[in-house]
Design a protein around this ligand. Structure first.
Ligand SMILES: C[S@@+](CC[C@H](N)C(=O)[O-])C[C@H]1O[C@@H](n2cnc3c(N)ncnc32)[C@H](O)[C@@H]1O
Length: 454
């Protein structure tokens, strides 16, 4: 095995430990790893894919490993992780058997697991022979989903939708792009599909920053679902908008591009740097402010407030499979409390007659529908303003209030049934697995409220 090859697998092993045993989010662990920066981009890409594949397919891999052990019971943590990395390469990444097995054995030697070399060799040789066929017979979606999430989703959405969610998690999400203007022309330049919402979609892979238009600030990366909330305010030209919990600024950019005067508020000064960088690249201007949005009190109320509350992000598992492994029911309960505080305060910041949009990228009802139930029951100053299916179909060039007929054509994407994304209360409740014909969508919740009086 070459030095680079060993270094890549060694880094993958460290990252797996960070996520699985220290509950560090994968992106943070990846950015902080001291040796990854020294690897060439191809090897770094391999490490990312390998670890993401293990996290996405952990239940399947563990079942295959258990089934291949001579004696039941799991080996010690490092050995277990080396087996997971080896098995992922053999079963899901198409690595030739000799390469996957030899590198795993060498990694064991390098990581002080010398006595386990024989076991690793035997288990991986067996998985190399039988693994692909066995994996094809597994209940992949169920095996890869922690029980607490499976049960919560089944209770909230029923078995068929839950199956749709967990099947969608098996695949990496496409790259979605929001453009400042002229989506049809950019779709052509970027060789992307123009979706009926105005989002451009490309397969993942390749460097985003090298794509045409990135350096000149013509567009930014934003999932189709995440692009919906900012479009639901109606005409924003000249309006004052408070964008609460704004970093890294995808929705701030949309609001500014729609002509609003935006104050972007986030608690994290470090994450606000990203907002500033993004706005500078996009040549857009907003006031950027570090503050706790649960207590921040501006001089005057706004015409519109967007609260994109911190959440468990269980709607974004396709992009971040580590969420399956690091989040817990306790996290959801804690976040739901923070969301309630933020939402209660956000109502105070909207003018009578103004609009408040609450959204999260979670598919846990506690972080979505339940928040709206609670605020509507407690605060008589607001009412729900149901979202109509036609409002989801207008793209950035046509303005947020112009309706589907004047939005970008569905182009080569065909007409999708965007009404699928709305619940019966007029809220966006997208689930991974919806819009499958277009390549799917992240899970998201969006509710629109109107402030009635003081
Ligand atoms: C879901 S992200 C926001 C994504 C962003 N709106 C976008 O479209 O790019 C949630 C953000 O909430 C911020 N946050 C969490 N608690 C906060 C609080 N109490 N006040 C302000 N910001 C907070 C986090 O720092 C994080 O940047």
């Amino acid at each position: 095995m070459s030095d680079a090859s060993l270094a890549a697998r060694s880094a993958a092993l460290d990252l797996l430990r960070d996520v699985l045993r220290k509950s560090i989010p994968f992106d943070d662990a990846f950015d902080a790893h001291p040796e990854l920066r020294g690897l060439d981009p191809r090897d770094r890409g391999f490490v990312r894919l390998l670890v993401a594949t293990v996290l996405r397919r952990l239940g399947q891999l563990d079942a295959l490993i258990q089934g291949s052990l001579a004696k039941p019971g799991l080996p010690k943590a490092t050995v277990h992780d080396i087996l997971r990395l080896g098995a992922a390469q053999l079963v899901f990444l198409g690595t030739p058997a000799h390469a996957a097995v030899d590198t795993a054995v060498e990694l064991a030697a390098a990581k002080g697991a010398e006595p386990y070399k024989g076991l690793i060799n035997a288990v991986l040789r067996r998985i190399g022979r039988e693994g692909v066929e066995l994996a094809a017979q597994q209940d992949a979606g169920r095996l890869n989903t922690p029980d607490w999430l499976w049960l919560a989703w089944r209770q909230a959405y029923g078995i068929a939708r839950t199956r749709g969610i967990v099947e969608a998690h098996l695949h990496e999400a496409p790259l979605d792009i929001t453009v400042k203007a002229d989506p049809a022309a950019w779709a052509e330049r970027l060789e992307a599909t123009l979706l009926p919402t105005g989002t451009l979609r490309r397969p993942t892979g390749g460097g985003v920053t090298e794509l045409p238009g990135f350096a000149e600030g013509a567009w930014w990366v934003q999932d189709l679902a995440a692009s919906l909330p900012a479009k639901l305010f109606g005409d924003l030209a000249g309006k004052r908008v408070y964008d609460l919990c704004a970093a890294p600024g995808g929705k701030t950019a949309q609001l500014v591009a729609h002509g609003a005067q935006v104050t972007a508020v986030d608690r994290s000064a470090k994450r606000l740097e990203r907002v500033r960088e993004n706005l500078t690249r996009l040549n857009l201007t907003a006031e950027v402010l570090a503050a706790d949005a649960a207590t921040w009190t501006p001089d005057q109320p706004a015409d519109a407030v967007l609260l994109d509350a911190p959440c468990s992000a269980t709607g974004a598992i396709r992009r971040h499979p580590d969420i399956l492994r690091v989040k817990t029911p306790e996290d959801v309960a804690k976040l739901a409390k923070a969301q309630s505080r933020l939402l209660a305060h956000a109502v105070d910041l909207v003018k009578p007659g103004g609009t408040l949009i609450y959204c999260t990228c979670s598919i846990q009802p506690e972080e979505g529908e339940a928040q709206i139930d609670r605020i509507l029951a407690r605060d008589p100053r607001i009412e729900r303003l149901p979202i109509e299916p036609g409002e989801l179909g207008s793209g950035p060039s046509s303005g947020p209030s112009s309706g589907p007929s004047s939005g970008p054509s569905s182009g080569n994407a065909g007409d999708a049934d965007l009404a699928e994304l709305l619940n019966e209360r007029g809220e966006v409740r997208s689930l991974p697995g919806m819009l499958g014909g277009l390549g799917g969508i992240d899970g998201f919740f969006v509710a629109r409220l109107r402030r009635l009086h003081d």
